[in-house]
Design a protein around this ligand. Structure first.
Ligand code: GLU
Length: 419
């Protein structure tokens, strides 16, 4: 294991919870391990005829509460250490919102900006075949994550279907609605971020129209979060992506920014300009004087290097693992509230659960039903975490992890260890 890797960070959170709740040491020992880790090499014939080999992983952390569930990301920084951490967080995420899934994650180490679409398609199909021995509608169900989307899920679904000789809708979630996807799935993670933010504001008795927000990341999670929070009346003053950070203290034109992304090669904000908008450094975005900061990019963005400089009163984690434990200690000491990833960004997997149910039944819900049920789950889960955090004087992360670990431990105790 890489020292100071992301998996160490996930273990540190688990160990602290285990100690606090006096978790059965046998259960704790099992949960510190991932059930299954598969590393695969994916050779791809590139458009110039050369063969490139990309390494990929699928990790299942726990199936105690149901089939494993989690996304697949394509990114140059992917490592098995990172995928293991993300798989463990998926276990907690599914448990904290009480959906009947365990946790998994997958990824391929690849810089998608250097590949043509056809090459990405061949890579996706080869990766799918390589992980097919361990995925399945009742074993492990992939979904989109960083740099993957409904189109990628369609390719995965088709690849598995070709092998089965029949269309297998329930093998992935996050498909397009033309291919049995759920209404509202694409927006679900951002919608969950918006709903969690509103729940927090309600408890603080603050009107959404009175708050300013900065969002790091303008991919699927960041852009939808910014858009929906903007529609709720919040002032989005800062937004960033790989092309830079954009700032307007009076509020950014989010709609126009979304439209701009449709015109650029990698769907970034590159070249965006509008009256009153200035470019700032990406690091500066995190340190803006705002009420709420939504980190919606990658892990380890708020560290002991910048935590002291964070001015936001609340951090709502759209990304998985954006705050390191050292940074969290600094932020908590300063009185900041962190709505943790396993709660704040759970909207995606909640609607994935709805999609899986719809795919199995071949009976599809309308958008109103999806959004209503999503809201019910997020509002209830937020309340559970908030109340426990007040009752036991815990951070929201500790409270959420505690609820999740207890639910997983309960399932393990009841099932017993095989044989
Ligand atoms: N990749 C998303 C996450 O990190 C969604 C996972 C899923 O829907 O299975 O929560």
């Amino acid at each position: 294991m890489k020292k100071n890797g992301v998996y160490d960070m996930a273990l540190e959170q688990l160990d602290a919870t285990a100690k606090r709740i006096k978790l059965n040491p046998d259960i704790h020992r099992v949960l510190r391990h991932c059930e299954k880790e598969l590393t695969v090499a994916c050779p791809v014939v590139m458009n110039d005829g050369c063969i490139e080999v990309f390494e990929g992983y699928r990790v299942q952390h726990s199936s105690a509460r149901g089939p494993c569930k989690g996304g697949i990301r394509f990114h140059q920084s992917v490592s098995v250490d990172e995928i293991k951490a993300l798989a463990m967080w998926m276990t907690w995420k599914c448990a904290v919102v009480n959906i009947p899934f365990g946790g998994a994650k997958g990824g391929v180490q690849v810089d998608v900006t250097k590949l043509e679409k056809e090459e990405i398609r061949r890579l996706t199909r080869r990766f799918t075949v390589n992980i097919m021995p361990i995925i399945g509608p009742h074993h492990d169900i992939p979904a989109p994550d960083v740099n993957t989307n409904a189109e990628t899920m369609g390719w995965i679904m088709d690849t598995v279907s070709m092998y089965q000789g029949a269309t297998v809708l329930d093998i992935v979630t996050g498909k397009s609605t033309d291919l049995g996807g759920s209404a509202g799935r694409r927006e679900a993670t951002g919608r969950g971020v918006m709903l969690s933010t509103l729940e927090l504001l309600k408890r603080w008795h603050i009107d959404p129209e009175k708050i300013s927000i900065a969002v790091q990341g303008f991919g699927n999670v960041g852009s939808v979060s910014a858009d929906l929070l903007h529609k709720e009346g919040c002032r989005i003053v800062g937004v960033s992506d790989v092309s830079g950070a954009y700032y307007n203290p009076n509020g950014l034109p989010i709609r126009r920014m979304l439209e701009h992304c449709q015109t650029t090669k990698h769907r970034t904000l590159d070249g965006f300009d509008a009256p009153g908008v200035s470019k700032i450094k990406n690091e500066e975005l995190l340190e803006l004087d705002v009420d709420v900061l939504v980190p919606a990019a990658l892990e380890k963005q708020i560290t002991n290097q910048n935590a002291e400089k964070i001015q936001a009163k609340a951090i709502v984690e759209g990304a998985n693992g954006p705050t390191t434990p050292e940074a969290e200690r600094i932020l908590v000491k300063k009185g900041k509230v962190i709505v943790p990833d396993i709660l704040a960004n759970a909207g995606g997997v909640v609607v994935s659960y709805f999609e899986w149910v719809q795919s199995i039944q071949s009976f599809f819900w309308d958008i109103e039903a999806v959004n209503k049920n999503l809201k019910k789950v997020i509002v209830k889960s937020f309340a559970d975490v908030w109340e426990l955090s007040l009752r036991e004087r815990l951070t929201m992360r500790d409270a959420a992890t505690q609820i999740a670990v207890q639910r997983v431990a309960m399932a393990m105790e009841e099932r017993g260890i095989f044989p």
